[in-house]
Ligand binder design. Sequence first.
Ligand code: ATP
Length: 307
Amino acid sequence: MKQYVVKTSNLTKTYRGSYALRNVSIKLESGKIYGLIGQNGAGKTTLMRILAGLSFPTEGSIELFGHRGERALQEERKRLGCIIENPGFVPHMTARENLKLHRIMRGVPNKEMEGELLELVGLADTGNKKAKNFSLGMKQRLGIAIALLGNPELLILDEPINGLDPLGVVEIRQLLKKLCEERQMAILISSHNLPELYQTVTDYIIIHKGEIKQTLTLAQLDENCKRHLHISCDQPDKLTSVLEMQLNTSHYKVMPDNTVKLYDYLDDMDSVAKVIYDNGIVVTRLSIEGDTLENYFISVIGGDQDA
Ligand SMILES: Nc1ncnc2c1ncn2[C@@H]1O[C@H](COP(=O)(O)OP(=O)(O)OP(=O)(O)O)[C@@H](O)[C@H]1O
């Protein structure tokens, strides 16, 4: 049976009767970066806090690395590193001093780790510069280095890209990809902005008002957003042979519901309509579909932008 790094079943959290999370069931695997996407108040931090053991669910259960039950979870959480709410460093200390402090506090004996982690997050040449004088991107990277001290297999980062300039975003992206590829970590990272994590994550988990609305891979997202002609008709088999034989295209996909996505002829819908009609196929829908990431996100959360 497949072992998941995280598996939750129907996690629910209420605060004075109102739901912060509702029946959240997710599965995370190692070697993947998951983008937890939702607007302000969607429940991202609540879910991360529960996974990290900083808060408890009202109902539902958690499995970490195949183990469940509060005692076992406490043990398994040693395999987890996180930055939730703030990166937790001392402003008037250098990057190395901060790492040393956290290393000692956590009882990690390996001194070499300080240098290795500074190298890994690209802060090895910051010398005597104090953390308070770092750019936001550098501060985030220092936070990640601290979270990596125990060699975690699961990294949870709450909004690590929020407020970063474009260069800072690129730095964090590259670092996360490297961690995922080289260490086969599972990384859960939250954001309120779907495009922000585009190309960084391997999978998206879309949460809205405490409920998981959709989970999908980057490839599925690309597929869903790609502009195409959507064709619904009474004879999909005949349609595909018409597309191939008369419109000379094989650039289409038949979906499980028998609708067809055609990636050609976007600027010549009339020709498509005419050929289909001439072949006696009855079309119930012919439209241009595909979306920006932002619009797609809004469509998934039901066009409901009020958090
Ligand atoms: N300690 C708390 N007491 C009462 N309500 C809370 C508490 N923590 C969170 N909530 C509520 O739970 C809901 C989810 O909040 P949460 O912080 O998890 O959302 P979020 O997606 O992380 O939002 P943001 O992007 O603003 O950080 C919100 O309605 C929030 O007001």
